[in-house]
Design a protein around this ligand. Structure first.
Ligand SMILES: NC(=O)c1ccc[n+]([C@@H]2O[C@H](COP(=O)([O-])OP(=O)(O)OC[C@H]3O[C@@H](n4cnc5c(N)ncnc54)[C@H](O)[C@@H]3O)[C@@H](O)[C@H]2O)c1
Length: 310
């Protein structure tokens, strides 16, 4: 199948590209290598056609005209909760208006389906764990609002123009190529710091748990959703919570080094436990997380060992 991957130079998008190419798909990429994002040319699979274009740019239509994708995996985004609160207008321009430009190109040039990278952040603070697809969504940041708005645009475009979609709501994605200097991505941040012998910061008491899902598993969910999950949303996570303390312990054991731990107060919005029930993904997409945390941490440390040359 001909697939366009937006954000295909980024952390998750580049793994989506790799998995699609390995499965025999013909892939093109649109990514503007945004300075605050995780997009890097070295992440780009050489077998994909690469277009350095902004998803908001009318020139996106030229890519559709040239490539005629049958499906789009849409990952290009302003991906940071913090940046979305600092500059909500930029967040809305990229995440909402960029989505609309993409949808218009899809209908104009006959793409059949969009697989959208949504987020568990769209749920906000929930009353009951684990989260599933029926949990009410109460987004609590501009980023989460534009992700949820995008889910609604997809529903509208399906009803109005017959463009199919699947929304994938990720837990905390981790693995090789994640930006270790960002504000989020605790596994990448810790892995880098421990490998370099630098201190790590642990907020609250470190016992807060989140659901960490390995990036290749997320990429596989994108591949499966190209042909399954019509008009539906799915939680993509593991169902297991892991504490920040346990992540530090696991990574320090793998690297074989302890570093200084700087204790810091609870951050606004931090919650004690966040996990997902992914039964619907298993039943309807045939998807289940396959990479255990220990294996995923090993692979992540291996990647950063190479890239940091330590
Ligand atoms: N990392 C996570 O845990 C997580 C969780 C939930 C959802 N997501 C979503 O998954 C997607 C990928 O996130 P990521 O963590 O790989 O981030 P990332 O920053 O590594 O990837 C996003 C890519 O989009 C590109 N981009 C940004 N603005 C663009 C624009 N205007 N036009 C074209 N390209 C643009 C960036 O250059 C980057 O390559 C995003 O949509 C994000 O919101 C990520």
């Amino acid at each position: 199948m001909k697939v366009l991957v937006t954000g295909g130079a980024g952390f998750i998008g580049s793994h989506v590209v790799d998995v699609l190419i390995e499965s025999g798909h013909q892939v093109s990429i649109v990514d503007n290598l945004w300075e605050h994002g995780g997009g890097r040319m070295e992440n780009v699979n050489p077998e994909a056609a690469f277009y350095e274009i902004d998803v908001r740019d009318p020139a996106l239509a030229g890519v559709f005209k040239e490539e005629r994708p049958e499906a789009v995996c849409h990952l290009a985004a302003q991906h940071s909760v913090k940046l979305s609160t600092d500059d909500p207008a930029h967040d809305a321009r990229v995440n909402a208006l960029g989505m609309i430009n993409l949808l218009q190109c899809c209908t104009q040039f006959g793409a059949r389906k969009v697989v959208f990278s949504s987020s568990g952040a769209t749920y906000g603070t929930v009353e009951k764990m684990p989260i599933d697809e029926n949990t009410p969504q109460h987004p609590e940041s501009p980023y989460a609002i534009t992700k949820l708005a995008s889910e609604h645009y997809l529903r509208y475009w399906k009803a109005a123009y017959g463009l199919d979609f699947t929304s994938l709501r990720y837990g905390n994605v981790y693995g090789p190529r994640q930006d270790p200097t960002g504000e989020a991505g605790v596994i990448a941040i810790f892995a880098r710091a421990i490998l370099l012998g630098e201190p790590v910061r642990i907020d609250w008491d470190g016992e807060q748990q989140k659901d960490y899902v390995y990036v290749r598993d997320v990429a596989r969910a994108n591949r499966l959703a190209l042909t399954r999950g019509s008009g539906e949303a799915y939680c993509i996570a593991t169902g297991q919570g892991t504490s920040v303390n346990a992540l530090y312990r696991g990574l320090a054991d793998i690297v074989g080094r302890e570093v200084e731990i700087i204790k810091s107060p609870k951050r606004p919005g931090d919650i004690y436990l966040s996990t997902f029930n992914c039964a619907k993904s298993e039943k309807e997409l045939g998807w289940k997380a396959e990479t255990g945390l220990e294996e995923g941490l090993q692979l992540t440390v291996g990647y950063f060992r190479n890239s940091l040359n330590v």
